[in-house]
Structures are given as structure tokens and as C-alpha cells.
Design a protein around this ligand. Structure first.
Ligand SMILES: Nc1ncnc2c1ncn2[C@@H]1O[C@H](COP(=O)(O)OP(=O)(O)OP(=O)(O)O)[C@@H](O)[C@H]1O
Ligand SMILES: [Mg+2]
Length: 430
């Protein structure tokens, strides 16, 4: 039985999708983490959480690459490790370094480092002549430097951290006070959710107007296999919160080919040569422009949408690649007719709270859950404390739909979710 080392994990969807893929492949795993208590013991139905179903949970300081590599070597000498993987962005570079140290399959560590730092990625795209937004960097503590960077980019400017995810602290600023407010928020967030000290560099980018997409690919031996293009709905108070996705994106063949080519060029520019990659782009009036590149499977259930429509399970592909197996080639040409028994489109829609408060009750959930097009739905329980929807961590519910219409699942998911309403505990009662 193959043995996979799993280094930390997201707690959300990928925290169960990756262990499911590991189990489906009949692989056993050891879970390496600095804080086992960060992860739930059980699922809502009371069963053991899949992250705790491995052969062992080993504790080591994964925030220190050298300590993580030492721990991996110890585990490897106890029970030979055949592959190493993480789903959590904050541990992608360390995981690549562990794979290299143990001589296992994995992406070039420097490429992962570049992809995981939005400023380094932009520099790589520039050096390959990939067209992108005007951009500049500055220290959040250097007011004059910030002024100069903003002047170089021009308004509207997107202010974004180089080292976070889930849309955290990404803000559009139309004037200098808005830049100062965005940078001020960043100054107050010195350590990420996993206790890692943050980069004090902020990236300023030209605002790219246009609909947003993502391209899902996997790479082995430097060969890029693109599975397809997903579309993205945005909302929330920042306008940058992901509110839904549909696979396949309803685009024409020409647009799909342009998005795919742009993503593949970006993958080559950062030097990613192995693993599953999720590339985000906007289709501007001048053509596709890269937003960012992530050397891991897509989150927010996008991999489930793709699995429903094509049968390709990207978390499983990620496990196969980590173990050095050859994943099955992408069988279904994207845009081709769905194979029998499969839907032609699948979509997810997320409910973003419009205010901070405590949920008293939600209306319309049974009607959504029982709808024949709904594959899965989840909603927060009464008592859940909401935050205003400024990033992808604030959702209070989601629904996944399928449709025999290639453009049908997205609108259906949105309509169904719009029928759910939230009552909050009144302020006087709270
Ligand atoms: N230059 C830009 N122009 C327009 N919109 C942008 C730009 N940069 C980022 N955005 C918007 O902000 C969102 C979040 O930015 P980005 O993907 O870089 O951050 P993130 O925190 O890594 O997001 P996630 O982890 O959710 O993918 C993007 O999906 C996009 O909608
Ligand atoms: Mg992103």
C-alpha cells in the first residue's frame, strides 16, 4: 500500500476532498501538523474526520521548513513515504521542499515559491512578456514608497497582499484615502491564520475590468494537461468575494482557447513542472489577463463541479501525481457533449452575509435541499456569528446544482440560493 505524507490541510472542503481521494486510491497517509487541535475530530454526522483516518498524526513545527523536513525524514525512515502533498496554500513551498529532500515527485520548489508570492509571480510573467496589469510594490510601512507605487499604477488600483488567499485584504481603491484604509487593514494583520509572520510588501495593481474565469490544469514531466475553464461570479462588499462558479464556463471556443493559452503560458513562466494548478484570469477588452496562479487544486468546490461533469477528480489527480503515478488523460474534450449519465454543467453558489450578526434562523433551506437539481447544500446553524462579506471566509451557505443544459446549472444555483433568507438575532436581544 502506497504511503502519502499530508502536510497540513485546509479545514474546509479540501480538508475532506483530498482525504476522500486518498482513500479512493487505497493509499494510506500520515498527517503532519504543528497543531492537531486546529483540525476537527469529527464530521457534522459524528463520524471521524477524514484527516484523522490516516495511519498517524505527527506533530512538528511545519512553519519552519527545516523542522518540517526533519520530521518528514523521521516518518520516512519509520515507514517509507511514497509522496508528499498539502492542500493549504501556506504550506505549498515547504511541501515542495520536503518532496525534493526525500527524492519524491513534486514541483520545482523555486517555482512553487514564485507562484505562491503574487509579486514574484508578476515579475515572472513580465520576464516572459506575458501581458498583465501595471503593477508596483511597496512596504506597508513606507508612505512615500506607497505614494510612488500608486502613482506608477494609477487609479483605480487594486491593493493586495502578496502572501494571502481567499481574497483576504484584496481591495479596489479609487483614491488615496482608500489606499491608506486598505494598507492600514494590512498593517493590523501581521500573522496569518497559521501563525506565520506576513510579508510587509504590498502589491499595487491596475484594476482589470472584465468577467473572471479559472483554468484547471495538471502537469507531469513538464507537460500541461488542461481540464477546462470555470466561470466565476463575484460580489460581497469588496466586489471581489467569490459568490459562485459554473463548469464549464459559458464561453465560446475562441475565448476558451485564449484563456487556456494564457494560463498555460503563465504556468510555463513561473516554471511549474508538476502537480495540479488553478489559474485565475479576467477577460479584458485587450484579451485574457492573469490574476494569479495557484499550484494546488481549486477550492470552493470547483473540483467537485469538474468531477460531476467530466469524471476527472482533481484532488485524486493531485494524489496520483504526488505518488508519481500517471493520471488518466483528460478523456472528455471540454465543450463536447456530456457522456451518458453525466450533467452538461454543474455550479456552486455561495451565500454571503450582508451584515455582521448572529443567525436566528434561515428560511427556505428544505426547498433548496430537496430540489431535484441539487447535489449538495450546506448552511450554517442558528447561533452562527456572521461577518460582513469581505472575503471568501464569510459564507453562510452554499448549493451545488447540475443541469443537462451546458449553461443551465449556474443560473439555477443562483435562483435557488436567492430563495434562502436569513433572520438575525435582534441587536437588543443579543
Ligand atoms: N488587478 C486586478 N484587477 C481586478 N480585479 C482583481 C485584480 N487583482 C485581484 N482582483 C480581484 O480580487 C480577487 C482576489 O484576488 P487574488 O486572487 O489575487 O487574491 P487571493 O486572496 O489569492 O484569492 P483566492 O485565494 O480567493 O483565489 C480576484 O479573484 C479578482 O476578482
Ligand atoms: Mg485568487
Amino acid at each position: 500500500m502506497a504511503h502519502l505524507l499530508l502536510v497540513e490541510s485546509w479545514v474546509g472542503a479540501m480538508g475532506t476532498l483530498l482525504p476522500r481521494a486518498i482513500a479512493d486510491l487505497g493509499v494510506e497517509f500520515t498527517f503532519l501538523t504543528r497543531r492537531p487541535e486546529h483540525y476537527p475530530q469529527s464530521l457534522p454526522d459524528g463520524s471521524t474526520h477524514p484527516l484523522r483516518r490516516g495511519r498517524a498524526v505527527v506533530t512538528a513545527e511545519t512553519n519552519e521548513p527545516a523542522a518540517a523536513i526533519d520530521a518528514a525524514r523521521r516518518i520516512h525512515s519509520d515507514a517509507s513515504v511514497d509522496g508528499v502533498l498539502t492542500s493549504c496554500d501556506y504550506y505549498l513551498p515547504t511541501t515542495a521542499r520536503i518532496a525534493a529532500a526525500l527524492g519524491l515527485a513534486g514541483p520545482t520548489p523555486d517555482a512553487v515559491e514564485r507562484a505562491c508570492n503574487k509579486a514574484l509571480a508578476r515579475a515572472a510573467f513580465d520576464s516572459y512578456g506575458i501581458p498583465g496589469p501595471r503593477h508596483a510594490t511597496a512596504s506597508i510601512n513606507d508612505r512615500a514608497g506607497l505614494r510612488a507605487a500608486v502613482d506608477a499604477v494609477g487609479f483605480p488600483v487594486v491593493v493586495k497582499p502578496t502572501d494571502l488567499c481567499a481574497g483576504m485584504f484584496v481591495r479596489r481603491a479609487d483614491d488615496w484615502p482608500a489606499v491608506e484604509a486598505a494598507v492600514g487593514e494590512l498593517r493590523g494583520f501581521e500573522t496569518n491564520a497559521r501563525g506565520q509572520r506576513r510579508d510587509s510588501v504590498v502589491l499595487l495593481e491596475e484594476y482589470l475590468a472584465g468577467p473572471e474565469f479559472s483554468v484547471e490544469s495538471w502537469i507531469q514531466g513538464g507537460v500541461i494537461h488542461t481540464v477546462g475553464v470555470t466561470d466565476k461570479r463575484l460580489g460581497g462588499t469588496t466586489g471581489f468575494v467569490e459568490t459562485g462558479h459554473m463548469f464549464p464556463a459559458s464561453t465560446g471556443d475562441v475565448e476558451r482557447a485564449a484563456l487556456t493559452a494564457a494560463a498555460e503560458a503563465a504556468i510555463s513562466a513561473v516554471g511549474l513542472d508538476h502537480g495540479v494548478v488553478h489559474t485565475e484570469l479576467r477577460m479584458t477588452s485587450a484579451g485574457p489577463r492573469i490574476i494569479e496562479i495557484n499550484p494546488r487544486p481549486a477550492g470552493n468546490q470547483i473540483t467537485e463541479l469538474i468531477r460531476l461533469v467530466t469524471g476527472v477528480d482533481l484532488p485524486r489527480v493531485a494524489v496520483e501525481l504526488a505518488l508519481g503515478f500517471a493520471p488518466a488523460p483528460v478523456a472528455q474534450a471540454v465543450g463536447a457533449e456530456a457522456p451518458p449519465g453525466r450533467p452538461s454543467s454543474a455550479a456552486v453558489s455561495m451565500l454571503v452575509p450582508t451584515r455582521a450578526g448572529v443567525i436566528a434562523r434561515m428560511h427556505g433551506i428544505p426547498e433548496v435541499a430537496d430540489h431535484p437539481a441539487v447535489v449538495a447544500s450546506t448552511f450554517k446553524e442558528p447561533g452562527h456569528r456572521t461577518t460582513v462579506g469581505v472575503d471568501n471566509n464569510s459564507y453562510v451557505g452554499s448549493v451545488i446544482t447540475v443541469s443537462s443544459d451546458p449553461a443551465g446549472a449556474g443560473p439555477l444555483a443562483e435562483t435557488l440560493l436567492a430563495s434562502v433568507s436569513v433572520d438575525y438575532v435582534s441587536r437588543s436581544a443579543s
